[in-house]
Design a protein around this ligand. Structure first.
Ligand SMILES: *[C@@H]1O[C@H](CO)[C@@H](O)[C@H](O)[C@H]1NC(C)=O
Ligand SMILES: *[C@@H]1O[C@H](CO)[C@@H](O)[C@H](O)[C@H]1NC(C)=O
Ligand SMILES: *[C@@H]1O[C@H](CO)[C@@H](O)[C@H](O)[C@H]1NC(C)=O
Ligand SMILES: *[C@@H]1O[C@H](CO)[C@@H](O)[C@H](O)[C@H]1NC(C)=O
Ligand SMILES: *[C@@H]1O[C@H](CO)[C@@H](O)[C@H](O)[C@H]1NC(C)=O
Ligand SMILES: *[C@@H]1O[C@H](CO)[C@@H](O)[C@H](O)[C@H]1NC(C)=O
Ligand SMILES: *[C@@H]1O[C@H](CO)[C@@H](O)[C@H](O)[C@H]1NC(C)=O
Ligand SMILES: *[C@@H]1O[C@H](CO)[C@@H](O)[C@H](O)[C@H]1NC(C)=O
Ligand SMILES: *[C@@H]1O[C@H](CO)[C@@H](O)[C@H](O)[C@H]1NC(C)=O
Ligand SMILES: *[C@@H]1O[C@H](CO)[C@@H](O)[C@H](O)[C@H]1NC(C)=O
Ligand SMILES: *[C@@H]1O[C@H](CO)[C@@H](O)[C@H](O)[C@H]1NC(C)=O
Ligand SMILES: *[C@@H]1O[C@H](CO)[C@@H](O)[C@H](O)[C@H]1NC(C)=O
Length: 754
């Protein structure tokens, strides 16, 4: 596996710089060729998002309202040039180019919730569904499934992919209110029923066509057709399919190369909600969580989606296992971590002495078994490059073509395949990062070896005058150690609301085969001329659409369930993970690994309404004015004495932070709704470790009808307190069982070191 960036293809392809835009005035001046003035002005104004909450009811024209608001604050004549776009279909607000003074004036207006910069966001199979026990023959309701619409906010989609062929699909469901506005050379069909894009720049970009691959990959994982015999050059061969193969897809292209701005993502939410999608899948996020929900476009969009019963599933982020790095933190969003499956892709090297070494990598090339001479990168260096670097390092632009042509270069850095291909080598053998066990797609025949195996190659090089080797095409092997959360997956705690556990769940996100864009190379290297219909990627971006697909699947059985009920069903039926194997425990995997077949029949759900989330905003300090703008009604916060704590939000997991090594007594209030048998009795069982004690009151709850509710209290105490940063010891759970359903919630009281 190569470096962290290229490993998560989704990660590097969007390393963005905040583009400073011209102010409206500057843009006008520009036409008068006042170049210097433009340069000066361009630093002081940029695109801001002005969030105004819910759409007012009754007679209200958002666009003219936005323009007149701008008219009042903008110190120039042309308002139209300031306005970037209006949000007016599902919530109220706009994006505009503003100076700092204009921004401040707007922020002080009564009708405005928040004004914040439009920041850059980042993009963060076959076997995976079978691994989850979700086989091709699972119980489905094809009629109901074909009425489900999955909205994918991403880099667009490749409409010609076999995964989106509409053969056998009826016309779109009657509830669909969207359109096909895919732009240049883009045709929808009865599978991809809607497409939109949010660019205003170059003509090639005036399309919902995926120029990256990421969006095609995620859309096909969530809802792609069954496609037999899919593979990447024969690797990971099998039937590619989404979680709901009969469902429809609406694609919203909000991310462009070097341009994945918040104002576009918010526009995609505005449309997706109004178009009538059932589930929103978004494998995009900020690098670090946005500290205030009213400044986070994904939290804002997902809130208004939730109001309409639409669940948003988002990737946790790929922050390489740093504590508190999870970037999706809002309780109304489903935050997904990435774990592996029981398949691993390996890449063998056969040395001239016959020794075979298993490497890591996705090598789709065949050298036909021919052995080629080996050369150490250090010995193939241009004489213009420094010789001080360590043995085998292949620095950028430093390989001498005439010394590597026709040979396999041996380099001790993990992403030198690019250098090797530029220099014209036949292949490369690389040294892998020790912690990184995930395979990347290489741009030429390459295998990445662990340190000990790399050393075997190094000694072999010394042992013979004419060292030779060949690299085989990659193959899949079965591994026992699964599911394990991937090393790159972002971890809790939730640093915005520490008493809401994030991530919520884990799903397969390692070496996932899915459909791809045919306009880019599968390795994303400009040296790689191949184009592939299916590609293998890793990232929480790949895990998120698995959960979107399962949410859509649950929705086909329970079309009237709220977004939080669907989320609860998936969380409480998840397969528990082994806390002793993963240091960060629940901070890595939340409730555990999704179990789609169980999720349709959870027995009980932890439901939450819009009012519950409004109460949560109260506990986070929102004032009444902003609260009412957001909710669009006359919501009030409960009186201080009855104020709900964040940990009392009716959430399917329970978490609280306590001081290290001090005794504690934490209480959680919860209410479950019976969605199982009308007459049923559930008994509480707790699983704890020596550090905590859990008491549930009452321990038995009974129901006589469906949709009946029952409340209970959970006290978690610890006389000795909790060791800081020792998460696996804090890992506990509560399970309600009626003999046929198990409704499990992690109970995770943790302490951080100071
Ligand atoms: C978040 O922003 C809203 C509106 O801008 C404000 O009312 C609230 O106090 C902020 N919350 C925090 C915790 O800063
Ligand atoms: C399938 O879903 C439809 C609603 O779309 C419903 O009318 C029908 O009864 C369901 N069939 C089964 C077998 O559950
Ligand atoms: C439309 O896109 C497809 C796929 O890239 C391409 O083959 C075709 O030539 C394009 N047609 C036009 C008119 O650009
Ligand atoms: C698409 O737009 C981005 C900026 O938004 C630009 O960098 C890129 O060159 C454009 N791509 C094409 C193919 O026009
Ligand atoms: C391997 O064989 C194929 C088919 O004979 C050929 O096209 C290809 O160039 C060969 N590759 C190498 C590296 O010799
Ligand atoms: C590359 O190697 C060739 C052959 O050894 C040598 O003649 C040439 O000077 C080298 N070029 C550079 C830039 O090192
Ligand atoms: C290979 O030989 C070189 C020089 O003779 C020596 O510096 C190096 O340590 C040797 N490497 C190994 C892996 O034996
Ligand atoms: C959950 O609450 C919503 C209202 O917020 C309600 O419409 C729904 O019926 C409740 N139950 C389920 C299972 O979704
Ligand atoms: C969890 O992992 C540990 C260490 O690998 C092992 O000893 C234990 O049996 C596992 N527990 C379960 C329930 O699988
Ligand atoms: C809020 O209450 C006022 C006064 O009772 C009423 O006029 C208004 O219509 C209400 N607004 C909403 C959105 O319910
Ligand atoms: C914890 O607090 C609850 C009330 O909040 C009380 O009923 C319970 O006895 C306490 N438990 C311990 C062990 O102190
Ligand atoms: C539930 O149990 C009660 C009392 O035992 C009985 O009267 C009622 O018919 C049962 N309801 C169902 C739906 O089985």
């Amino acid at each position: 596996m190569a470096n962290h960036g290229s490993l998560l293809f989704c990660y590097i392809s969007y390393i963005l710089i905040l583009t400073t835009s011209l102010s409206c005035r500057a843009a006008e001046e520009d036409r008068k060729a006042s170049v210097i003035f433009v340069a000066k002005e361009s630093v002081s104004s940029m695109v801001y998002i002005v969030y105004m909450g819910s759409l007012p009811t009754g007679q209200y024209s958002p666009l003219s309202n936005h323009l007149s608001l701008l008219q009042e604050v903008v110190e120039g004549s042309s308002i139209e040039n300031c306005l970037v776009r209006s949000y007016k279909r599902s919530f109220n607000g706009f994006a505009a180019k503003l100076t700092d003074r204009e921004r401040q004036k707007l922020a002080n207006r009564n009708e405005v919730v928040s004004v914040f910069p439009s920041k850059p966001y980042h993009l963060h199979t076959t076997r995976s569904w079978d691994f989850l026990g979700f086989s091709e023959t699972i119980k489905r309701n094809a009629t109901a499934e074909s009425d489900v619409i999955v909205g994918v906010i991403d880099t667009g989609i490749w409409p010609e992919s076999e995964s989106f062929n509409d053969e056998g699909f009826s016309p779109h469901p009657s509830k669909w209110k969207g359109e096909c506005k895919g732009g240049n050379n883009f045709t929808c069909n009865n599978k991809i029923i809607g497409a939109r894009y949010y660019s205003s720049t170059s003509s090639d970009n005036m399309s919902a066509r995926d120029h990256d691959g990421h969006g095609t990959h995620t859309a096909s994982t969530a809802a792609g057709n069954k496609v037999e015999g899919a593979s990447f050059y024969g690797i990971a061969q099998g039937t590619a399919r989404g979680g709901v193969p009969s469902a429809r897809i609406a694609a919203y292209r909000a991310c462009y190369p070097n341009d994945c701005q918040g104002e576009k993502i918010l526009a995609a939410f505005d449309d997706a909600i109004a178009d009538g999608v059932d589930i929103i899948s978004i494998s995009i996020g900020p690098y670090i969580a946005v500290a205030n929900f009213s400044q986070d476009v994904i939290a804002i969009g997902a809130f208004h989606a939730m109001e309409k019963g639409i669940l948003t599933s988002q990737s946790a982020g790929n922050s390489a296992g740093l504590i508190a790095s999870v970037s999706s933190v809002a309780p109304w969003i489903f935050c997904v971590a990435a774990s592996n499956i029981d398949r691993q892709i390996i890449d063998k090297v056969v040395l001239g002495n016959g020794k075979t070494l298993d490497g890591i990598g996705i090598n789709g090339f065949s050298l036909n078994g021919t052995k080629f001479p080996l050369v150490l990168g250090q010995n193939a260096r241009k004489n213009t490059c420094s010789t001080s670097t360590s043995e085998g390092v292949c620095n950028a632009g430093c390989l001498n073509s005439s010394l590597v042509i026709g040979k396999i270069v041996v380099c001790d850095d993990p992403d030198a395949d690019f250098e090797a291909s530029i220099a014209g080598a036949v292949g490369s053998i690389l040294k892998n990062d020790p912690f990184d066990d995930i395979a990347d797609v290489f741009s030429l025949p390459t295998s990445s070896l662990s340190v000990d195996k790399y050393d075997i190659v190094a000694s072999y090089l010394n042992s013979t005058k004419e060292p030779q080797a060949t690299i085989l095409r990659s193959e899949s092997i079965q591994v026992g150690d699964a599911p394990i959360v991937a090393w790159f997956s972002s971890l809790g705690p939730n640093y915005v609301v520490p008493e809401i556990l994030k991530p919520d769940i884990t799903a397969p996100g390692v070496e996932i085969l899915a459909a791809y864009s045919e306009i880019v190379s599968p390795s994303s290297s400009s040296q790689d001329m191949r184009r592939a219909k299916y590609n293998i990627l890793s990232g929480t971006s790949m895990a998120c659409p698995h959960v979107s697909g399962v949410a859509a699947y649950v929705k086909t059985f329970h079309p009237d369930w709220s977004a939080s009920a669907i989320k609860s069903a998936i969380m409480t039926t998840a397969s528990p993970m082994n806390a002793t194997e993963i240091l960060a425990a629940e901070f890595a995997y939340g409730s555990g690994q999704i179990n789609p077949t169980k999720a349709v029949d959870p027995g009980l759900v932890y439901n939450a309404s819009k009012e519950d989330y409004i109460n949560l905003l109260c506990s986070l300090g929102y004032d009444e004015k902003n609260l009412r703008l957001i909710s669009g009604d006359n919501s009030t916060c409960p009186k201080v004495s009855t104020k709900t704590l964040a940990r009392d939000l009716n959430y399917p997991s329970m978490t609280a932070m306590v001081s290290p090594l001090q005794s504690f007594n934490v209480t959680f209030h919860r209410t479950v709704t019976n969605v199982g048998f009308a007459n049923s009795t559930y008994k509480a069982t707790t699983f704890t470790n020596s550090e905590v004690k859990i008491i549930v009151e009452p321990e038995v709850i009974s129901f006589t009808s469906v949709n009946e509710k029952s409340s209970f209290v959970v006290h978690v105490t610890g006389g000795q307190g909790i060791l800081p940063n020792n998460y696996s010891k804090a890992s506990s759970s509560l399970v309600w069982s009626d003999g046929s359903h198990s409704v499990r919630s992690p109970v995770f009281v943790y302490a951080l070191s100071n």
